[in-house]
Design a protein around this ligand. Sequence first.
Ligand code: ZN
Length: 55
Amino acid sequence: MPPKKPEPARPRAEPRCPHCSARDAEVISLFGTQAMTLQYRCRKCATVFEAIKYD
Ligand SMILES: [Zn+2]
């Protein structure tokens, strides 16, 4: 992946935790395992998951 100018993390909506369905997650990484994903950690159950970054 070529280094590009990083863009500010502005997720369009709070992602839903796949474990407890809470919409209370914080971004822990701007880069997931794929280019279009962000890594989040649920504040309720501490599950780390990825969600698609829009636009
Ligand atoms: Zn959760």
